[in-house]
Ligand binder design. Sequence first.
Ligand SMILES: Cc1cc2nc3c(=O)[nH]c(=O)nc-3n(C[C@H](O)[C@H](O)[C@H](O)COP(=O)(O)O)c2cc1C
Length: 314
Amino acid sequence: MMDWTDRHCRVFHRLMTRRAMLYTEMVTAPAVVHGDRDRLLGYSKEEHPIALQLGGSDPAELREAVRLSAPYGYDEINLNVGCPSDRVQSGCFGAVLMERPTLVAECVAAMQEESPVPVTVKCRIGVDDQNPEEVLPDFLEKVAAAGVSHFIIHARKAWLQGLSPKENREIPPLDYALVRRMKAEFPHLTICINGGITTLDQSRAMLEAGLDGVMIGRAAYHEPGRVLIGADALWGDGPGLDAVAVVHAMLPYIDQHLAGGGRLHQITRHMLGLFHGQPGARGWRRVLSEGASRPGAGVRLVEKALAEVTVQAA
Ligand SMILES: Cc1cc2nc3c(=O)[nH]c(=O)nc-3n(C[C@H](O)[C@H](O)[C@H](O)COP(=O)(O)O)c2cc1C
């Protein structure tokens, strides 16, 4: 998620789940081809398994972006066919590509030529006045024919005129049943569902209904302790670190970041929701949001914030 799932966020999330695939922010193909690749694509080895999400609609440019990103060792390359923002529409990529399944097929075919790892697609169920019952199966069929077997479907349309990107994540109604029907219609495809899922119980129910995976966006970001700690139980794993242990495990990473000239808030801004709903959560959030941008703020501030939680719990 743009501005959210940067490398610091992913290091933090990885401490809570060993199993879940983590996705980068979308990086556009032109940015990969022409930009500062180490800054755009660099990450810590602890983040695996990690998927790079690309945006674009020019097969040759996407092929080149995949070629240039291959040395970075991502575990999956994902094409964004879901993002509705104006900027993305004007470049003709993101959700508007739901109208051009043949072009998407050409894009993924080109990407696969250079990709040592699976190429996957994240899409919507349709856009604007499209009929999802018709366009989604047609889209899946055409893109699967180009060799993609793994789709993540955000179970609502994007309305490309008149709604902000935020509204486009809230207003078009969710249609989980349609995504389940796609799994029934294309049993050989890996179909993961996304959109409005906020709990592990909901996720388990989706898996029991036959879907292959669940992508959680906002809830995982805002309440990582509640959503990500315990997620590995979906794979049958026992408990991992609790939230306090996660904070302790972040301290060496924070120290290293600060030693390299980074700022504390660049990391702690992703950690504010860790104790959401628990005693002391407000104090944790307050100490970090007030202090982490100040010059010289470091791990002592994080320990001070943690005391708000642990003292309340004691
Ligand atoms: C701040 C923000 C940035 C996002 N950036 C991306 C992105 O770069 N690529 C993408 O495929 N989806 C992006 N999304 C959409 C989410 O991946 C997800 O599809 C959407 O929020 C619905 O899932 P959720 O209800 O679990 O959050 C973004 C969402 C938010 C809130």
